[in-house]
Design a protein around this ligand. Structure first.
Ligand code: MV4
Length: 500
């Protein structure tokens, strides 16, 4: 069934991203918004918009019943959940379909299975998919779990089945510590997820996080769209992502891709999904979990494959077959994404809110910015601090990196602190450039002092520039014009904000 009107149950850059593809397909769009987002771009971009509640997510973007009511009220025939919020909520997917609407995403059953790490491992068990050695299910008996740990050898990792973001995860160095660490993992998992089920795995000490994008249709076809390297993360929050990975050979790529397709088939998956693997120092890869949503970092895959993942999601939801076959896919060049957070990297990544007094996106060949703000807007405190994604594409990794450095240098953000200088630090680091980094990269190499010197200079330049521009405008503050026009380039004194 063709979708005529799509409600996007999200906000910020991803709501805009989804609506752009819908509009290109001739589909009308409905935004939902909280009271804090009344003026936001996703509301202005949409054909229609419905206020669904107060600022807190729990009163708005997490209220499935209000979102379904908004769809019915506006005559939307489908809902796209974006990422975060209700995107991996099996009950919401079920309720959307029970209301006679199309859910642009996988089945509620697939979401539920993959939402539990143990259920996911069990589901893929019969297939030929490499798993980290460990207990086959939840730990029932301590003695049994200890026997498994001894067999695979210490250190081991105790993980929560319902876990996410590293919660309920405990490294155990030796048998004497097992019981205590297990109790901690269980109590952490119980308080965080209301589910105390934990299991044991061999601890991979220096892993890379590499994930495979897949697309499946409702006719049983599944294809893989190659890998994304996401090892550069800070406290389980990704910082830089790229495609392809510098360390994956064509043979390894095919093996990982085929394993990811099997994971999808194991749960009759349809829609866009991501199969996460960890890769050890010998480049063995192991299935970790599957994310049943469109991911933040999906643009790097779009850049190297030329495929619009949101359009594919919509076509799949309409019941269409995949528009391509595995053999049609090729990797073209290299893409990198950095996440721009409103956080101060010099001050322990403290969230920084306020007005975007100056906001000028970088431009040029191979540069893409996915964002949801413009100059003069306030960054609200209620939601995720990610304000933009900056993506570059080049003929090879080196060109993508150089292009990213230039793009960061010409990205002008005044009024809030952002993680851009931190991203530039990553891109310049030897371990990033040579591809040898793992998930410990940030903890190992980043100290706020590496930015301090440069940013003092930077602040001076920006302050002088701002003063000059304000003066030239003969206005009390650098307010953007009512039509959203920005500071005129010709007299704009903004210069490179590059680190010395
Ligand atoms: C692991 C691991 C090492 N060994 N499993 C972290 C969150 C969850 N999604 C899986 N995680 C890990 N599982 C074994 N057996 C190390 C991590 C891990 C990690 C994985 C991917 C990206 C970043 C990470 C940061 C710390 C730990």
């Amino acid at each position: 069934m063709k979708i005529r009107k799509l409600l996007v149950a999200n906000r910020g850059e991803i709501a805009l991203r989804v609506m752009r593809s819908a509009r290109e397909m001739g589909i009308a769009t409905v935004a939902v918004f909280s009271e804090a987002d009344r003026q936001s771009l996703h509301v202005r971009y949409a054909d229609e918009a419905v206020c669904i509640g107060e600022a807190a997510s729990s009163a708005s973007y997490l209220r499935g019943e209000k979102i379904i009511a908004a769809a019915q009220q506006t005559g939307a025939d489908a809902i796209h959940p974006g990422y975060g919020f209700l995107s991996e909520n099996a009950e919401f997917a079920k309720a959307v379909r029970a209301a006679g609407l199309i859910f642009v995403g996988p089945s509620a059953e697939a979401i539920a299975v993959m939402g539990s790490k143990l259920a996911a491992k069990e589901a893929v068990g019969q297939y030929d998919i490499p798993l980290v050695p460990g207990t086959p299910g939840a730990i029932q008996e301590i003695a049994e779990a200890k026997a498994v740990a001894n067999q695979i050898g210490y250190p081991v990792l105790i993980k929560a089945s319902a876990g996410g973001g590293g919660k309920g995860m405990r490294v155990v160095e030796q048998e004497a510590d097992f019981e205590e660490q297990m109790q901690r993992a269980v109590s952490e998992a119980t308080s965080a997820f209301g589910d105390g089920a934990v299991f044991v795995e061999k601890y991979i000490g220096s892993p890379k996080h590499i994930e495979i994008q897949i697309l499946g249709d409702q006719h049983g076809n599944v294809a893989y769209l190659f890998e994304r390297e996401c090892s550069v993360q800070r406290r389980h929050q990704k910082v830089v992502e790229e495609a392809p990975s510098a360390i994956v050979s064509p043979e390894m790529r095919r093996a990982m891709g085929e394993a990811a397709v099997k994971v999808a088939q194991a749960c009759q998956y349809y829609g866009a999904g991501t199969v996460e693997f960890i890769v050890d120092e010998q480049r063995n890869f192991y299935f970790l979990e599957m994310n049943t949503r469109l991911q933040v970092e999906h643009p790097v895959t779009e850049m190297i494959t030329g495929i619009d993942l949101v359009k594919e999601q919509i076509r799949i939801a309409q019941g269409e077959k995949l528009s391509f076959q595995q053999e049609d896919l090729r990797i073209r060049g290299h893409a990198i994404e950095v996440r721009v957070y409103a956080e101060d990297p010099k001050n322990n990544f403290l969230p920084d809110i306020g007005k975007l007094r100056v906001y000028q996106r970088p431009q040029g060949l191979g540069i893409r910015v996915d964002d949801g703000f413009e100059q003069g807007m306030d960054i609200p405190i209620y939601y995720d601090p990610m304000i933009a994604k900056l993506i570059t594409h080049g003929k090879d990794r080196q060109e993508a990196i150089e292009r990213m450095k230039q793009a960061i240098d010409t990205y002008q953000i005044v009024g809030i602190e952002t993680t851009l200088p931190f991203c530039r630090f990553v891109l310049e680091h030897e371990a990033f450039v040579d591809g040898s980094f793992d998930t410990h990269f940030v903890a190992q190499h980043y100290r706020p002092e590496v930015l301090a010197q440069a940013s003092t200079e930077d602040d001076k330049t920006v302050a002088a520039a701002l003063a000059g521009w304000v003066h030239s405008q003969q206005s009390p503050a650098a307010q953007p014009a009512a039509n959203g026009a920005s500071a005129p380039q010709a007299i704009s004194p903004w210069r490179k904000n590059r680190l010395a």
